[in-house]
Every structure is written in C-alpha cells, then in structure tokens.
Design a protein around this ligand. Sequence first.
Ligand SMILES: [Zn+2]
Length: 272
Amino acid sequence: MDIFFLITFFIFGTIIGSFLNVVINRFNTGRSINGRSFCPNCAQKIKWYDLVPIFSWLILKGKCRHCHSKISPQYPIVELATAILFSLLYYQFSFLFFTAPLFFYIFYFWIALIFMVLLVIFVYDLKHKIIPDMLSYTFAIMALVQTLILLPLSNFGSLNFYLDLFAGLIFFIPFFLLWYISEGRWIGLGDGKLVLGIGWFLGFTYGLNAIILAFWFGAIFSVVILLIDKLKNGGKHITMKSEIPFGPFLILATILEFFTRIDFMGIGFFLN
Ligand SMILES: [Zn+2]
C-alpha cells in the first residue's frame, strides 16, 4: 500500500462526497445539479473557499458565513464517509494496484459508482424515509451487470452459481410478501427493491448475511433509542410506531459484508 495513493483517494473521496451532497439535496426537487451552491437561509452564493470538503464546515463551525444559520452536518459527514469508503476500496485493491489487468480497474471503478448510489440512498432514506425507485433500480441494475459479467467466471452450473444468479429475486420475495400481507404496515416495499441490488451485489451467501445483520442493527438501534427516550423523557416521545427507516441499516450491513466477507451465518458451510 502506498500512503501517497491512499491520501489521494481520500481527498478524491471528499470531492465526490460533496458532489453526492448536491445530488442528495437536489434529487426530486427539479433543481439541476449544475447550479451554484447557495445558503438555503439567506440565499447568499457560497464562495469557493467555503466549499472545501470537510474543512470549510469545520472552520465555519457549521454556520453560514453571512447569516450564521446552521449548516447541516450532513455535508461533512457524507464527505468523510465517501473519503473513507474510497480509501478502503483503494486499500483492498492496493496489493495489485500497479500490476492488475485493466479488468480490475474497471471492476473497482464500478464498485465505487455503486458505493456512490448506496450513499445517496442511505442519506435520502434517513432524511425522507423513502427510497426513490430510480435509485434502488439503478443499484439493482448495476449490481446485476456486475453479477452477469463476473458470475460465469466462477463455478458455472453449481448450486452456488444459481443462488448467486437469482439472489436479488430470492431476497425480494420475502420482503414483497411481508409488505403484501401487512398492506405496507410492517415494511415498505422500498426495502424490498433495495435487497434486489444487495443480492446481486454480494451474492447469495454474503447478501443473506448482510440482510440478517441489518435486522440485528435495526433491532439493537431501536432498543437503544427506546431506552434513551425512556430515561430522558419517560418514554413519551418515541413509541413503537415511530418509523425508523430500515434502508440505512441494510446499506451499512452491505458495505460491512463487502469489505469483511464474514459468513457468520455459516451459509457457505451448508451450501458446500
Ligand atoms: Zn446564510
């Protein structure tokens, strides 16, 4: 691993992150992603030196230079998250960075694009409690393309081969049934559309691990939130009906599984 390249990928990640912030904020608003950034409170155009990823927000202490209204911490968080993901991708790829065939560069470029879509979905779902179809289908199609190109290279015709080939659809079915039976009360169909992509992005074994992990994350998070609310407010503010979006947990688990490939469910063991 070369520290120079690591830093380069990190900085490049912060720049892509600030682009993703623009995409997140302007998605479905009819505003183009080309226009100049301005403060949503005082409409003052933001100068270039106040648009430096992460640093500008820190130097301005999260406030607009002109009207001092709060600037969302979403900006530095997304920039930092993108930078960390790009650095991790480089780290994973670094051992063959100079020697890899062209194919690997294209593969990692494709993965970086998929990560960008996942980050947009993560924040969008957190903010609006909905995943736009266009984003989940983009993720699903990109992941399917990756599977269709890579999968024939591995054990063609085996059980694993078919499970990976149909992983997206296999995961979609139970989500669809939960949504259909509960008439959308237990789970939104948006999460079902998201697992289409997760299945094809990670394959059957790691995809299933990611989904189970996401349920655990969601459960632990809900219990912690309920406990904090109970201690602070006597449990008045949050009820079981308070909606916590599930998409971010799915994406967090997917990214963790992508980098770690831990089969804690032992699914691979049963399949072989
Ligand atoms: Zn302002």
